[in-house]
Design a protein around this ligand. Structure first.
Ligand code: ARG
Ligand code: MN
Ligand code: MN
Ligand code: MN
Length: 318
């Protein structure tokens, strides 16, 4: 079994410096050693970096969202990521995308969806990331990839994204961990009937109940579908994942964060995961022992990201 890894050293979907450092820190913290210790091979595609990316000149048309913040860079990065995740999926490898901000998810998921036509997505997040440029309070793309994947931001309306085709239907996604949703996002989620489990629901049904309901929802048509997890670490409580740019109190506990992964692994349908929004400039260095005294190093949230990858690869220590 092989894991295909791609890093997205990009921060342009939000305002704080630091998220672009995460892929490098997660690797130097011990990710590859942990992967090997779990008896997986890996194929590391390296990091997509803004300074290496070729930004194309805009076609001579006015886009509906012509002044979109950092659109050309984000669009070019996501096109590259789209091609990389679809290559990894094509080879039948488990695909891990290391963000970068959550704006990379439209690239990673659209690429995977090209290969896994019936892909389902579990979106773990304090936020629903379904703003459109018209509803966004910040103008930051990391708050919009869900809307983009659904086509709520029309194809062809954002510069840099001429290559992009919206590819998710409402029944393809379940969002877990919500507690900081903007007013207009809430209206959109309700209008389109998106399946959401807020932190209130996590307490009400327990994380086990939430996962059962999620799998039931995906199996409505009586057949199994491949599953992708888009794991925004701010879905996890700030007492556990402090190193992230848009924190919200009252999130998933450490055990719940891993429980989700364990349950998805046990379906046998898990094909890929994004781990995003880790910002190594926002929390302190730590060291944790993993398994047979293998050291993982980095900030608390970098260590957590490595542990999430371990659980996704079937580690049952966590
Ligand atoms: N809803 C806010 C916005 O649109 C925050 C989004 C945070 N997104 C994230 N991926 N951390 O700006
Ligand atoms: Mn978030
Ligand atoms: Mn907010
Ligand atoms: Mn997010």
């Amino acid at each position: 079994n092989t894991v295909g890894i791609v890093g997205v050293s990009v921060k342009e979907g939000q305002n704080l410096p630091g998220v672009e450092l995460a892929p490098e820190k997660i690797r130097s913290g011990g990710l590859l050693e942990v992967i090997k210790s779990l008896n997986w091979d890996y194929s590391d595609k390296g990091d997509i970096k803004t300074e290496n990316i070729q930004i194309q000149e805009r076609p001579s048309k006015i886009y509906k969202f012509n002044d979109f913040k950092n659109a050309d860079v984000i669009g070019a990065v996501n096109e590259k990521l789209h091609n990389t995740t679809s290559e990894i999926a094509e080879l039948g490898q488990f695909c891990i995308t290391l963000g970068g901000d959550h704006g990379c998810a439209s690239g990673s998921i659209s690429g995977l969806k090209k290969v896994y036509k019936d892909l389902k997505v579990i979106w773990i997040d304090a936020h629903s990331d379904c703003n459109t440029p018209e509803t966004s309070p910040s103008g930051n793309y990391h708050g919009m990839p869900v809307a983009h994947l659904f086509g709520w931001i029309p194809d062809g309306s954002v510069p840099g994204f001429d290559w992009f085709k919206s590819c998710l239907q409402k029944e393809d996604i379940v969002i877990i961990g919500l507690r900081d949703v903007d007013k207009e996002e809430k209206t959109l989620l309700a209008k389109h009937g998106i399946k959401c489990f807020s932190m209130h629901d996590v307490v009400k049904y327990g994380i086990a109940g939430v996962m059962e309901k999620t799998f039931e929802y995906f199996r409505k048509d009586g057949v199994d579908h491949p599953i992708h997890i888009s794991y925004d670490v701010d879905g996890i409580d700030p007492t556990v994942a402090y190193g992230t740019g848009t924190k919200a109190r009252g999130g998933l506990l450490y055990r719940e964060a891993h429980y989700i992964l364990r349950e998805v692994v046990s379906t046998g349908l898990f094909v890929s995961m994004d781990v995003v929004e880790v910002n190594p400039l926002l929390d302190k260095e730590k060291e944790y022992f993993h398994g047979d005294n293998k050291l993982i190093k980095g900030t608390e949230t970098v260590c957590l990201a490595i542990e999430l990858c371990a659980s996704a690869l079937g580690d049952t220590l966590l």
